[in-house]
Each structure stands twice: as structure tokens, then as C-alpha cells.
Design a protein around this ligand. Structure first.
Ligand code: 48H
Length: 257
């Protein structure tokens, strides 16, 4: 059989376009494919929800690949072990209450299981704005990351979602856009972003899960973004809170759809 380049191009264009069109109107849109966003997407997809995840970079996994200062190990506590066990990730006990996993196995397994169960992941797409109707966040405005990087003047596309989740990590990018543009008072103490605090692993881990919640109608945060929005310390290479917070937001949204 001879290979036809045009047929290859047509196959890719048709298949990708079909996926993108389906992503324009969904139950949940997640921004950011780090550990929190992916775990959130996994549980939503597992519950049969129509859920898409948009990731700016070529690769999914956010800050988890690098483990701790490029040592590809992550640490987590007993409370998150169940999630790693559910994914079938190899876990080693280091000491009482301290567990380790290989960050590369962890990222690739979570990603694989999430996609296989139905999470639609779009890489190389950056969220640059949101849609708001009657003071409720109801969609996202997206552009190709390549357009963003080249600083080209190219208009974006728009998609609708019943719920939007900001899982963009430290920068809390979507929350910042809403704060800057919407005039909506956020459900934080000040009504604005509270900002991330300095390293304190024990407090930060608990705070991440507590702070993973609704920020304004239609809009939730999970992962590192939650502490940036509601104010909480960073925690270094402890990743249990990211997984627990992603699962919490998924459960929260599932109960509302
Ligand atoms: C599309 C975007 C956009 C955008 C960003 O940083 P992440 O890994 O986030 P989390 O919360 O899942 O995990 C945090 C963890 O990695 C971490 O940084 C920890 C534990 N730090 C502790 C410490 O003390 O430092 O992933 C966020 C993802 C990234 O892949 C970004 O590329 C992506 O979101 N992203 N995608 N549109 N506008 N902004």
C-alpha cells in the first residue's frame, strides 16, 4: 500500500476538528494540566461528565515531572495514598506517614488513566479570557500557545462550560483575569486574590484542600492556585494536597450537575 500525505493530513484535520467542536460546549472546563487539574478531570470523566482540559504547554503534568529540584521523586502523606493506590502507582513508605513515588510514573499514569476514562485534553491551547453572563463564569476564551508566544494579533475562539476550574498553579491565571475584568467580588476575605504565602509544608498541605472551593458562581479553584486565591503557604515537593484538592473539586461539581 502506498502512503498518501494528503490523506494523512485530511485524517488529522477531520479527527482533531471533530474533537475541538465537541469541546465547545461541555459540563466542565479545566484550565491547566498539572496534577490537580488532571486528577480533577479524571474523577469528573469517571462520573460520566463531559469534561475538557486545556493546557498551554506541549506536555501535560505541570510541575510534577521535576519532583524536587529536578530529583524525580515526590513525597505525600497517608491521606493521599489512597488516590495513588487507586491509580495503581507504586508507592514506597519512607518513614511513618511519609510516602514516596516516582514523579515520572505518577504523571504518566494519572494522564493515561484520565484520558482512557474520558477526559479530553487539549495541549498547546492557552486560556486568555473568560465568558461571564449575569455575574456567572460560563466559558473560556482560548488561543493557540504559539500565537501567544509570537505575540501575534490573532483573535481567539470561545467555548461554553457549566463550570470552569482554575488549575493553573502558582500564577492563578484565570482567577486573576476574573478579578481584573469582571467586577465580581470573589469569595475571599478581601473579595480579591489573597496571594500565596511563604513555605510551610504542614499548613500549606491542609490549606490547599480547604481552599479548593468555589470562588464565584460557576468558577472553582484547585491545586496551588487555591492557596494563591484564598491565601495559604506553599509546601515544596509534597504533592498529596494537589491530588486531594483535584478530587475534592470534582466531587463538589459532580454533586451540582
Ligand atoms: C492553559 C495554563 C495556563 C493558561 C497555566 O503548576 P502546576 O503543576 O499546578 P498544580 O496546582 O496542579 O500543581 C502545583 C505543583 O506543580 C507545584 O507547583 C507545587 C506543589 N509547588 C509547591 C511549591 O512550594 O512551589 O500545573 C499548572 C498547569 C501548567 O502545566 C501550566 O502550563 C498550565 O497549568 N497553565 N494552561 N492556559 N492560561 N496557565
Amino acid at each position: 500500500m502506498r502512503l498518501d500525505e494528503i490523506k494523512i493530513s485530511r485524517a488529522i484535520i477531520e479527527s482533531y476538528t471533530e474533537k475541538l467542536v465537541k469541546a465547545l460546549d461541555v459540563d466542565v472546563a479545566i484550565v491547566g494540566g498539572g496534577p490537580a487539574g488532571m486528577v480533577c478531570g479524571y474523577y469528573l470523566a469517571k462520573a460520566g461528565k463531559r469534561v475538557v482540559l486545556f493546557e498551554r504547554k506541549l506536555s501535560i503534568g505541570g510541575g510534577m515531572w521535576g519532583g524536587w529540584i529536578m530529583f524525580y521523586e515526590i513525597v505525600f502523606m497517608e491521606s493521599a495514598k489512597k488516590i495513588l493506590d487507586e491509580f495503581g502507582i507504586k508507592v514506597r513508605q519512607y518513614d511513618k506517614g511519609y510516602y514516596l513515588s516516582d514523579s515520572i510514573e505518577t504523571v504518566s499514569t494519572i494522564c493515561s488513566k484520565a484520558v482512557k476514562i474520558g477526559l479530553k485534553i487539549f495541549n498547546l491551547l492557552s486560556v486568555e479570557d473568560v465568558m461571564i453572563r449575569e455575574k456567572r463564569v460560563c466559558g473560556l476564551v482560548l488561543n493557540w500557545t504559539a500565537v501567544e508566544m509570537a505575540n501575534l494579533h490573532v483573535d481567539p475562539i470561545t467555548m461554553r462550560a457549566k463550570f470552569v476550574v482554575d488549575a493553573t498553579g502558582h500564577p492563578a491565571e484565570v482567577a486573576r483575569i476574573i478579578e481584573r475584568k469582571s467586577g465580581i467580588r470573589l469569595k475571599t476575605k478581601s473579595g480579591k486574590l489573597m496571594g500565596e504565602q511563604s513555605m510551610w509544608a504542614e499548613v500549606g498541605e491542609d490549606a490547599i484542600v480547604r481552599n479548593s472551593k468555589e470562588v464565584c458562581p460557576g468558577f472553582y479553584v484547585c491545586g496551588m492556585c487555591a492557596n494563591a486565591v484564598f491565601g495559604g503557604p506553599r509546601m515544596g515537593p509534597i504533592f498529596g494536597g494537589m491530588l486531594l484538592s483535584g478530587r475534592k473539586i470534582a466531587k463538589n461539581i459532580i454533586s451540582k450537575i
